[in-house]
Ligand binder design. Structure first.
Ligand code: ZN
Length: 406
């Protein structure tokens, strides 16, 4: 759809206010959750809210909210302001900007839409190895168990960080949300390849994560004959390829399996790798397929280690079930897109999002906008402001209908 030049320019200005924060020499950004860089992002968000004439507040885990209402009930539009290491500037930030745009349009149109834009802490798992910490804690969804003992990249526990900042690992549950909406870059290439302006998310694939520990024997790489070795890295290599094969087989059910972490000990040129730790991420929307991947992966790893006389241990570090978005929100967003002449398609989300934390609490929906070549979690990530405006307009149109504001 056509957008007002003033909207595009305003949106660009908002985007640029965040641009330099956490910039790295290679052109990306590193804005890890619960670090000073993420604080800077939240301070900028508060500033932008102030410029819109809105109140801001922080909750007990450091999430920041900007609101245009004193109402006890409100529509919450959220996303995150942290990034992965050497990540891009669009992941998360676009969702926050969408919220600010909707807030601005409502005020310009003189529409009484009770809105709250929420920036949730530490959505990415890059700092602590677990994701959606801010939204998970306040909705009491993602974390049934205490997560105070998880450790940051710099070696501090979440508990100690929270203590220092005056946060609480057991905050009161958020209330008053009529509906939760989130705009996000797709982080895949479906929309771009189908030349569709917005995606309407049906289901968010649930990640299951595992650590596989392989123990052989670290010995001299020169003095140990090939037939007498217990090389954990060679076993790990076989396991990695086996997991790829299982993932390919299950791709018929839209499942994926990835070994993204390989820690080798002692990781020295002249020592046979004695121990390897693998980090495995399995995602999909069909539980039976996920169960098959998990079982087959464990069988394969056990068999491969047995054949090489290695010790094997596995640990499931997290499991989030696939989460459906509200069907009435999906239908409403679709109607809104149609009304505006914005092309849309329903799709699944392979990536996790803050929206997962809210789906059991209130009607929840997500809008995707295309990103170039589907690249994300990478410094070359790019999405256009026009796409952002398309998605934000669809959300605004939908919300107006919901609140009876026509
Ligand atoms: Zn994100």
């Amino acid at each position: 759809m056509e957008h007002r030049i003033a909207d595009i320019q305003y949106c660009e200005r908002l985007f640029n206010r965040f641009y330099d924060i956490g910039s790295t020499e290679t052109g990306g950004v590193t804005r890890l959750g619960y670090t000073e860089t993420e604080d800077e992002m939240h301070e900028m968000f508060v500033q932008l809210g102030k410029e819109l004439g809105c109140q801001s507040r922080q909750d007990l885990v450091g999430n920041t909210y900007i609101t245009n209402t004193q109402n006890e009930e409100f529509y919450l539009i959220g996303s995150h302001l942290d990034s992965v290491i050497e990540g891009g500037r669009y992941d998360g930030v676009f969702g926050i900007l969408a919220g600010l745009m909707v807030m601005k349009w409502a005020s310009e149109d003189g529409i009484k839409l009770p809105l709250c834009v929420g920036a949730f802490r530490c959505e990415e798992s890059s700092n602590f190895g677990c994701c959606t910490i801010g939204s998970g804690l306040i909705t009491k969804e993602a974390y049934k168990q205490d997560i105070g003992s998880v450790v940051s990249k710099s070696g501090e526990t979440l508990e100690s960080i929270f203590k220092r900042r005056g946060y609480s690992l057991h905050p009161t549950k958020i209330s008053g949300i009529k509906q939760y909406l989130e705009l996000h870059i797709e982080q895949g290439k479906v929309l771009e390849e189908c030349q569709t302006s917005v995606g309407i998310v049906q289901t968010i694939a649930g990640p299951r994560r595992f650590k596989l520990y392989l123990r052989g024997l670290a010995e001299h790489s020169g003095a140990t004959p090939m037939a007498m070795r217990y090389d954990a890295l060679c076993a790990a290599s076989e396991i990695i390829l086996e997991i790829e094969r299982i993932g390919k087989r299950e791709s018929a059910y839209q499942s994926v399996a990835t070994v993204g972490v390989v820690n080798v000990h002692p990781n020295a040129m002249n020592v046979i790798p004695g121990e390897v730790e693998l980090g495995v991420d399995i995602r999909g929307i069909e539980i039976s397929s996920l169960n098959r991947i998990e079982a087959d992966m464990k069988d394969a790893a056990r068999r491969i280690c047995q054949n090489r006389s290695l010790e094997f241990l596995e640990e499931k570090t997290s499991e989030i079930l696939p989460i459906d978005m509200s069907s009435s929100v999906q239908a409403g967003l679709e109607r809104a897109a149609k009304k505006l002449g914005v092309s849309s398609r329903r799709m699944i989300s392979g990536a996790g999002h803050d929206a997962m934390s809210f789906a059991n609490l209130c009607e929840t929906g997500m809008v995707f906008v295309p990103c170039r070549k589907g690249i994300s979690h990478n410094r070359t990530e790019f999405a256009s402001i026009v796409s952002l405006c398309d998605g934000a307009r669809v959300m605004y149109e939908y919300l107006k209908g919901e609140a009876g504001c026509f």
